[in-house]
Design a protein around this ligand. Structure first.
Ligand code: ZN
Length: 425
């Protein structure tokens, strides 16, 4: 790590800078690296010896002696999806299953690196604003490393996520308001009490953790670069992190090309996609990123993890999609909910609504003939379906309630002759 660069105005800060936002314009910061030095450390491949994200230490901004980290974060599977009629026989499709992180979401990558940073700077209390997953993730990793966590979350967050936070011992502030209200309150409380603020789009280290997801995809594909990576998007931090991961790999000479990064949002929370469309509607103009304002919306999607009025890392995400040549794909909540059981029943991976959105986005691309059958596509499954049972239950109905007799089994509905394995159809 050799400093920070503002995402908006490009002003650079030294590595010893201890603030969070750009002192020149208030924009978000991006951690920068001496890529030549990193390339010589990596020497063609990352160090082996652990299967968590800390094996990528050459491109992480941490001093804290983190080996072994108490929980395994990262090292999640990349599953090939067999060609399916429902997906027009796509033959190079993969799911990156982030539900297998310690708190069952991709947010653990961000929490692991921010917790490492908190330990580097001697912080004892770490706070975060969250729609749910970042909070349960921070609570989990703070518990594992002996830190105290405080979570600001909308009171409407799914019960499973709130229960996770409480079980891990976080002080949970369930805010009677939106994620954006929780965000502003968390920022104010951190200033007041001197807590370390892990909030996404404020703390530059979240991107550093999440980018390791791209490194793993590259490794698991045997060094191949996907044609496109599909990312569900709320505040924009995960998407910009996935893009940064691929850019890092190119900067250290491990790859020659970059994937398109597709931004999948709900129609009911599409601030970033609206802005991308606005930028693309203007021809032949070099975008002045320091002046671009990401639109705000009034979000109300069922996909709570990506329900955001004001995307706190929106500019970085808009840049990533435009620079990568990716698509801005907006899907309905109904399409997102329908994708949960479809993906679960065709692949065995159970996603929360936001994590099923890339599958819905892929179907949108197929319907509009915007993706070829042979393209190598990776959908990021960002969080487990067990985190939001009530949304999934809207789509899957109820079990058959029967008496404990074989007669009742035979008479159950629908009739048993519908039970035919799909590989025998
Ligand atoms: Zn700036």
């Amino acid at each position: 790590m050799n400093g920070y660069k503002c995402v908006a105005c490009s002003v650079v800060q030294s590595p010893g800078f201890e603030g969070f936002l750009c002192p020149a314009c208030g924009g978000n910061l991006d951690v920068s690296y001496d890529y030549d030095e990193a390339a010589s450390k990596i020497d063609g491949r990352f160090a082996e010896g652990s299967n968590d994200l800390f094996r990528f230490a050459a491109l992480l901004p941490l001093k804290w002696p983190r080996s072994p980290f108490p929980l395994r974060v990262g090292g999640t599977p990349l599953y090939p999806v067999r060609p399916l009629e429902e997906l027009k026989g796509m033959c190079n499709l993969y799911l990156k299953d982030e539900t297998l992180n310690p708190s069952a979401s991709l947010k653990d990558r961000a929490s692991a690196v921010t917790v490492g940073r908190a330990l580097d700077v001697g912080a004892g209390v770490v706070a975060v604003a969250s729609t749910g997953n970042a909070g349960s993730s921070l609570a989990c990793l703070a518990a594992a490393t002996g830190l105290v966590s405080v979570v600001f979350v909308p009171a409407s967050a799914p019960e499973a996520k709130l229960t996770q936070m409480l079980a891990f011992g976080a002080r949970v502030m369930a805010v009677n308001g939106t994620y954006d209200d929780a965000y502003d309150l968390c920022t104010a409380a951190c200033t007041e009490f001197g807590w370390f603020n892990r909030s996404t789009g404020y703390n530059a280290f979240t991107r550093e953790g999440k980018k390791t997801c791209a490194y793993e995809i590259w490794q698991d594909l045997g060094g191949r670069v996907p044609d496109r990576v599909m990312v569900s998007t709320g505040d924009g931090n995960t998407l910009s992190a996935i893009w940064k991961g691929w850019c890092d790999l190119k900067a250290v000479g491990l790859i020659d090309s970059l994937p398109k990064i597709d931004c999948v949002q709900s129609q009911a929370s599409a601030a970033i996609n609206d802005t991308i469309q606005q930028v693309r509607s203007v021809d032949d103009v070099v975008v002045d990123w320091s002046r671009l304002v990401v639109r705000e919306v009034s979000a109300s999607t069922v996909a709570d993890s990506i329900s955001v009025d004001r995307p706190r890392d929106g500019l970085a995400a808009v840049k990533a999609v435009i620079q990568s040549g990716g698509e801005a794909i907006t899907v309905s909540d109904q399409e997102i909910l329908a994708a949960i059981p479809e993906m679960a029943q065709l692949t065995g991976v159970f996603a929360e609504p936001a994590a099923a959105a890339p599958w819905a986005g892929l179907k949108h691309l197929l319907k509009n003939q915007m993706v070829a059958r042979e393209e190598l596509v990776v959908c990021i499954v960002s969080g487990s379906g067990l985190k939001d049972i009530s949304s999934a239950s809207k789509e899957v109905g109820q079990p058959c309630l029967i008496e404990p007799s074989l007669k009742a089994v035979k008479e159950s509905h629908p009739p048993l002759d519908v039970l035919v394995p799909c590989n025998q159809v």
